[in-house]
Design a protein. Structure first.
Length: 66
C-alpha cells in the first residue's frame, strides 16, 4: 500500500485533520496514517459524525412535539 498523507486520510475517513490529531492522542490509536487501521479504530471507538438512527429520529420528533 502506498503512503498516504494525514490530509488524504482525513478525507477518506470523512473527517478533518484536526479531528485526526485529537484522536491520535487516544489510547490505542494508530501512529501512522494507515487507512485500514484508522477505519478499524474509528469504528471501534465510535468516532466521527453522529448519524441519525430511526430510533433517535423518532425520539427527537417526539420531544419536539411536546
Amino acid at each position: 500500500m502506498e503512503p498516504i498523507s494525514w490530509k488524504d486520510l482525513a478525507a477518506r475517513l470523512e473527517t478533518t485533520v484536526q479531528s485526526l490529531h485529537r484522536w491520535r492522542s487516544m489510547d490505542g490509536a494508530p501512529t501512522e496514517p494507515d487507512l485500514e487501521a484508522w477505519q478499524a479504530f474509528k469504528a471501534c471507538q465510535n468516532l466521527g459524525r453522529d448519524r441519525l438512527t430511526p430510533d433517535l429520529g423518532a425520539l427527537k420528533a417526539e420531544l419536539l412535539r411536546e
